[in-house]
Design a protein around this ligand. Structure first.
Ligand SMILES: [Zn+2]
Length: 331
């Protein structure tokens, strides 16, 4: 066996009968995304795509060879959500396989936004409004220039809806809408096998980012926590996440994630009791932000904090104080 073959073998493995996990490299952290193949006889489906890099495409192609899957026998390509590591290679694989591409419709406007190289003055104003120290819009890279050729999304052929079933041969793939990490995020449930492909919704080691963004939903953390409750209603024996190893107890992990956010909500509530803070000011304390951290870390921390503050506000526990140009929150 040559060295490349050995490496290929390590990049794909069967995790359930006719269900394969592929490890695709990412040029950033987390450094691997898992995508999944589901087969019934000679018909296959691919769930998620990895990012559009030469390395990732070569890894997927050799994994297909290793498992005896002809690209053209992949008839269905489903992405759990629009992010670059899940939908970024969909155009290339649509062309390679001729598969029908499925995505939730709520993801579509975000796909366009992720490709945009235009600067949106409202986005810059939103960053300033929440206290992020930025002097000029030029300090903000546009998503399009950040991802560049690493994001090559297909035009979806179909929109997937909650509760809908797709079929690979006779195998049922049921769509479970789990908004929160993104508005149109969906998990894919295989009811006969009690297997759930969960995308970024239910990760074993990390909690997925949930943030409030300009022109995005106002209370995504409420959606996310509701989706953690929703997922517990399914009978699942094996959870297949997009990052990290497969695991068994989806209810235990969903409860842990809910608990994590409850703790964060309490922590932030205490900080703003009697003292109005901007989202950035709260984030600085909770996440120990400092000038040495990459700018994206600061953005993610601030908008994740804002998601918590909005949930508290919609629950009537916190008030928003407009102090032009800055928005602050007080308990
Ligand atoms: Zn994601």
């Amino acid at each position: 066996m040559t060295q490349t073959e050995t490496q290929t073998d390590a990049k794909i493995r069967a995790v359930a009968p006719g269900v394969y996990q592929l490890f695709l490299p990412l040029p950033m952290r987390p450094s691997i995304v898992n995508v999944y193949l589901v087969r019934d006889n000679d018909e296959w489906a691919l769930i998620d795509t990895g990012m559009h890099t030469a390395d990732s495409i070569a890894t997927l192609k050799s994994a297909l060879r290793a498992v005896g899957c002809q690209p053209t026998s992949i008839r269905t390509l489903i992405s759990t959500h629009h992010h670059a590591d899940h939908f970024g290679t969909s155009q290339t694989y649509q062309e390679l396989t001729g598969a029908e591409v499925y995505l939730n419709e709520l993801e579509l406007s975000r796909v366009e936004r992720l490709q945009s190289t235009e600067r949106h003055p409202e986005a810059f104003a939103f960053f300033q409004q929440h206290g992020i120290p930025l002097d000029s819009p030029e300090q903000l890279p546009t998503p399009g220039s950040f991802y560049g050729s690493r994001y090559m999304p297909a035009k979806p052929d179909h929109f997937i809806r909650d509760g809908e079933s797709l079929y690979v041969g006779k195998r049922e793939l049921r769509v479970v809408w789990t908004p929160g990490h993104t508005q149109g995020h969906c998990c894919i449930y295989l009811p006969e096998d009690k297997v759930m492909i969960v995308g970024d919704h239910l990760l074993p080691k990390i909690t997925p980012h949930v943030g409030v963004y300009h022109a995005g939903p106002d209370n995504p953390l409420r959606d996310f926590l509701d989706s953690q409750e929703k997922i517990q209603g399914f009978d699942v024996e094996l959870v297949l996440p997009a990052h990290g190893g497969v695991f068994k107890d989806h209810r235990y992990r969903a409860k842990q994630i809910i608990q994590h956010h409850r703790y964060r909500l309490d922590e932030m509530y205490d900080l703003i009791r009697g003292h109005a803070h901007s989202a950035y000011e709260v984030a600085s304390k909770v996440f120990d932000l400092n000038a040495d951290l990459p700018i994206f870390h600061m953005f993610a921390a601030t908008f994740e904090t804002l998601a918590h503050l909005h949930l508290l506000m919609y629950d009537g526990k916190v008030k928003r104080v407009e102090d032009e140009p800055t928005t602050r929150f007080i308990a």
